[in-house]
Structure formats: structure tokens, C-alpha cells
Design a binder for this molecule. Structure first.
Ligand SMILES: [Zn+2]
Length: 272
């Protein structure tokens, strides 16, 4: 990517903010997944734009009849779905982490990045190697107990189709997919961790999120009010852009690796 003068200056400023920060938190939105080929839900070409928004009462329906929900789930696993939905499913299944995901792993290993809060359910951060993360809307590869929030990879949990819904090995509560459904509250353990991290950070990276979906949209403002610096990386301007210290206009997959390498140079200079 050929950088403009403005982008070069932004990159330098962002690198220096990162170099001075002790506790960096990244807030990640759909833009990062889109760079790995996962279509968005809303907007032009989005899944919901094509097949319609999901049922706003999805969670209430699940809670009223978890057995029926699981029967439909297992049935859908066995039988072909609508072409639109299965195209979306396989784009998630086949998606690989991009250079932005790996740059965040580097930042974590350097001891800079303490936590990722992601709105994405695609598991790409963990696949890249990130250790400290809250998936605020859940993770498509996990199951979760609605009672105690125990989570387990779906691959490792045996589901008896004759004894539905499955129950939590820890507390006996009902198990559902970890993905947060329409009408379902954000799991309180996830929300608590996000608030704790927004409180603790002295720099927040706001990556590929439009800053309009709550509660995630509130975290940068929260961090800002507590004196944190904000760095935005997004292809387009967002409602958050006006309040950030630096706005880098472009893909995370391009900018984050550049930030990491400039940060390494600054750290070497400091050490000499
Ligand atoms: Zn449980």
C-alpha cells in the first residue's frame, strides 16, 4: 500500500501513542472479518439485507422451547439449508485470519495489547493465536450454559439427539450456542470483562467497527472519559472518528502490521 503523507503522519503518531501506553485494549468490529472474506450482516450485499433480519424474539423462542430449537439445529446440520444462508455459513467456515489478526497476536506477545473485545463471532482471533479476548456476541464454534456461562467447543461436546436440550456438565443448566441471539442479553461475565478492560486501558484501538451497535459502541467513549487515547483504523469515517486521537483510513490488515513494525523500531531505539 502506497501511503499518503497524511497516512504516514497518522501512523507515526499512532505508533508513538502505542509506545507510551501500558494497557492497550482493541475493540474489533465486522470490518476485520470482512477483510477475511466474511460478508457483513447489514448493508449492501449483507446476509440480512438479502434474506431478512433474524427473528427479534429468537431468544424468547429458544427459552420457551429449547428442545425444539436443538431439534431444528441438528436437523439443519443434517440437511441442506437455504443457498444464501449456507453460502454465508461456508464463508465463515472457510475464512482464515488476515494480517490484521496476526498483528494483534504480535501486539499481545509484545506485552502491549492486554485484551481484545470483539463483536465478531467467527473465531478468527483465537485461530490466529490471541489468548486474551472477550467475544461480546459469542463465538460460533462454542456452546454456552445459559445459567453459569460455562463454555465448551462444540466439537468437544457430545450431544445426545434423544436427550435434548443438552445440559451443562458444571451446573445442569440448559446449553445453547454461544452466539448471542436477538433478544438475548450479553452474557454478564462478558459484559463485566469489557467494562473492566475499558476502565483499565490507557489506549484503545478501535478497529473496523462502525461504532453504532451498543453496548460495544459505548466502550471507546467510556475509555476516553477515563483519559485513554483512542486510535481508529477503519476504511470509512465513523461516528467515533471525531473523538479519536488518530484516525487511520484503510484496512486493519494493512495498517496494523505497519504499526507493529514501527512500534518495534521505537522500542529498539528506546532500549539503545
Ligand atoms: Zn452451567
Amino acid at each position: 500500500m502506497e501511503l499518503t503523507e497524511e497516512q504516514r503522519e497518522g501512523l507515526e503518531k499512532a505508533s508513538r501513542i502505542l509506545a507510551g501506553a501500558q494497557h492497550v485494549v482493541a475493540l474489533v468490529g465486522a470490518g476485520m472479518s470482512a477483510e477475511s472474506g466474511i460478508p457483513t450482516y447489514r448493508g449492501q450485499g449483507g446476509l440480512w439485507t438479502r434474506i431478512g433480519e433474524p427473528d427479534p424474539r429468537a431468544f424468547q423462542n429458544f427459552a420457551a422451547d429449547p428442545k425444539g430449537w436443538w431439534e431444528r439445529m441438528l436437523d439443519r446440520d443434517r440437511n441442506p439449508q437455504s443457498p444464501e444462508r449456507s453460502r454465508f455459513g461456508s464463508s465463515m467456515q472457510d475464512a482464515k485470519p488476515n494480517p490484521g489478526h496476526y498483528a494483534l497476536v504480535d501486539l499481545e506477545r509484545m506485552g502491549k495489547l492486554k485484551w481484545i473485545i470483539t463483536q465478531n463471532v467467527d473465531n478468527l482471533h483465537r485461530a490466529a493465536g490471541t489468548k486474551h479476548i472477550t467475544e461480546i456476541h459469542g463465538n460460533r464454534t462454542l456452546l454456552r450454559c445459559v445459567h453459569c456461562h460455562f463454555r465448551i467447543p462444540r466439537d468437544e461436546f457430545e450431544i445426545d439427539p434423544h436427550n435434548l436440550p443438552p445440559h451443562c456438565p458444571q451446573c445442569g443448566g440448559v446449553i445453547k450456542g454461544d452466539g448471542v441471539m436477538f433478544g438475548e442479553p450479553i452474557p454478564p461475565d462478558s459484559l463485566d470483562m469489557c467494562i473492566q478492560q475499558a476502565n483499565a486501558c490507557d489506549c484503545m484501538l478501535v478497529l473496523g467497527t462502525s461504532g453504532t451497535v451498543y453496548p460495544a459502541a459505548g466502550f471507546p467513549l467510556h475509555a476516553l472519559q477515563r483519559g485513554a487515547r483512542l486510535i481508529e483504523v477503519n476504511v470509512d469515517p465513523t461516528p467515533i472518528s471525531a473523538m479519536v486521537d488518530v484516525a487511520l483510513r484503510g484496512p486493519s490488515g494493512e495498517f496494523l502490521p505497519l504499526l507493529v513494525s514501527r512500534l518495534r523500531e521505537l522500542q529498539v531505539q528506546k532500549a539503545v
